[in-house]
Design a protein around this ligand. Structure first.
Ligand SMILES: Nc1nc2c(ncn2[C@@H]2O[C@H](COP(=O)(O)OP(=O)(O)OP(=O)(O)O)[C@@H](O)[C@H]2O)c(=O)[nH]1
Ligand SMILES: [Mg+2]
Length: 459
């Protein structure tokens, strides 16, 4: 399934947003992609909380209906004091907003297309609207839709409150140059406790377009001291990254390698036969996949594939898995995608590999954070998304790390670096737990003193 994008122009979106408070719109359904049928509408829009319908016609009108209630096909008449119809037309500066007629229902919650009385969408499972001004809502037909009832597109968005700033941040961060320097030094000086391991390998996995490759580029840039774009990034219907890449990072242009390798993968997709497949993830976790292995959506890596490494040591295996997730899409993660996460988590748990959840694009998700990144742990919306992620995946909130990648900047920024380095520091801390468990396991089997770098472990 290709990535579904909104048909709203910037001006239309800006106009539409003036009808609400401080909200984000999430596209749930698009007629031209999912089908102009009541069934397709209900399968994506039922039980989604507040939503807004956005219908388009050839006369240039963008019009529809907002309700704060769920669609649920209950067969009931739904009263909603907050519901309204609206219309945006090229010749009007401000959108037209039409409140409900007092005492009348807002909509009939049936199995048909959305039925707001005066406007009934997807009539007879076609891109058509029926217009009966005076039923539930009253308006001039010419003002609402220019008397053009054939739809060129039909979309439904979930309307999510963004909220404001918390009084106190839910994590305390020192946004200072000293903090950045301290994080950089501790990352550069890190040494895995096991002698056989030279560098910590962190695997980046996540849905298409979540920001996996950008995360590597951002870390690379922050350590180099200038913007880099070694990994190709961007947006396309399917994953931009198609090769497995194990990236080393240098501290400074000619500096030493960091004790960390970031392993970038192809994006996960909802369907079983597209995007990164789970068997490939297992091979990577176990260290069998060579750098630059070309992923294939139709088959996983085989033992006789040229990209398969037969003999592996702890130096080749993954020591920490980082799930990379777009903050704006946390509440849109489908069950199929969550099932893929669960399958990977199960494998990683079996192998004893610690895991961390990186929530990217906090700047896109919350305007207050876009304005000042230091608001990241004070934004009600970001905290809500972190909690939602932790609940939907059944992981502690402490495993969730919000981050902003460099995407369009030309210069590095202190606060962006601090947030990025904090994620890296956490990855190293988690990998450390993995090594400690290996040491514990080895102790039970061997007395090989030379295995360990430090003298901290009882032998
Ligand atoms: N504003 C903003 N944009 C971001 C951020 N992270 C990534 N992007 C943008 O999101 C788009 C996708 O990023 P990629 O890094 O290519 O995502 P990916 O997860 O590697 O995607 P695939 O390789 O296709 O699976 C790019 O246009 C990035 O510039 C972020 O934190 N903030
Ligand atoms: Mg990528």
């Amino acid at each position: 399934m290709p990535v579904v994008t909104s048909s709203l122009s910037r001006d239309q979106e800006r106009n539409l947003l003036t009808l609400f408070g401080h909200v984000r719109l999430h596209l749930l359904y698009k007629g031209s992609v999912h089908g102009f049928t009541a069934a397709a509408f209900h399968s994506r829009c039922d039980q989604q909380g507040p939503t807004v319908i956005v219908a388009y016609n050839a006369a240039g009108f963008v019009f529809g209906a907002y309700t704060s209630k769920d669609y649920a096909q209950s067969g009931q008449e739904v009263h909603d004091g907050e519901a309204f119809l609206y219309s945006i037309a090229p010749q009007r500066n401000k959108p037209l907003r039409v409140g409900g007629i007092s005492g009348q229902r807002a909509f009939t919650d049936g199995g048909t297309g959305p039925n707001f009385g005066a406007l009934v969408f997807l009539c007879e499972d076609r891109p058509l609207v029926q217009s009966v001004p005076g039923t539930c809502f009253n308006f001039q037909a010419a003002e609402m839709h220019g008397n053009d009832l054939a739809l060129t597109e039909f979309e439904v968005y979930r309307v999510e409150e963004l909220g404001n700033l918390l009084e106190k941040p839910w994590r305390n961060i020192q946004w200072t140059a000293e903090k950045k320097q301290q994080l950089m030094t501790s990352i550069q000086n890190y040494l895995p406790d096991l002698k056989s391991v030279n560098q910590v390998r962190v695997l980046l996995v996540g849905p298409v377009g979540a920001g996996k490759s950008s995360f590597f580029n951002s870390i690379n840039s922050a350590f180099r001291g200038n913007m880099t774009c070694q990994a190709i990034t961007g947006t396309a219907g399917t994953s931009v990254t198609t090769q497995y890449r194990a990236y080393t990072i240098k501290a400074g242009r000619r500096g030493a390698n960091l004790p960390l390798i970031l392993c970038d993968t192809m994006g996960l997709e909802e369907n079983a036969d597209s995007g990164l497949n789970i068997d490939d993830v297992v091979s990577i976790l176990k260290g069998h996949t060579k750098d630059r292995y070309q992923f294939s959506t139709c088959s996983s890596i085989l033992e006789d594939s040229p990209g398969y490494k037969k003999h592996v040591t702890l130096n080749d295996t993954i020591h920490c898995v980082a799930y990379v997730i777009d903050t704006c899409k946390v509440s849109l993660l489908s069950q199929k995608m969550l099932d893929k996460f669960t399958a990977i988590r199960k494998k990683a748990n079996q192998l004893g590999i610690p895991q961390i959840f990186v929530m990217t694009k906090v700047d896109e998700a919350c305007p207050l954070v876009a304005k000042d990144l230091k608001n990241v742990y004070q934004s009600v919306y970001i905290q809500k998304k972190a909690r939602q992620l932790s609940e939907s995946l059944g992981i502690p909130l402490s495993f969730v790390m919000p981050v902003k990648n460099y995407s369009e900047e030309l210069e590095l920024d202190l606060n962006t670096d601090i947030l990025l380095f904090m994620v890296l520091e956490q990855m190293l801390n988690y990998a450390e737990s993995f090594f400690e468990n290996q040491i514990k396991d080895d102790q039970d089997e061997t007395t090989g003193l030379e295995l360990y770098r430090s003298g901290n472990h009882a032998r």
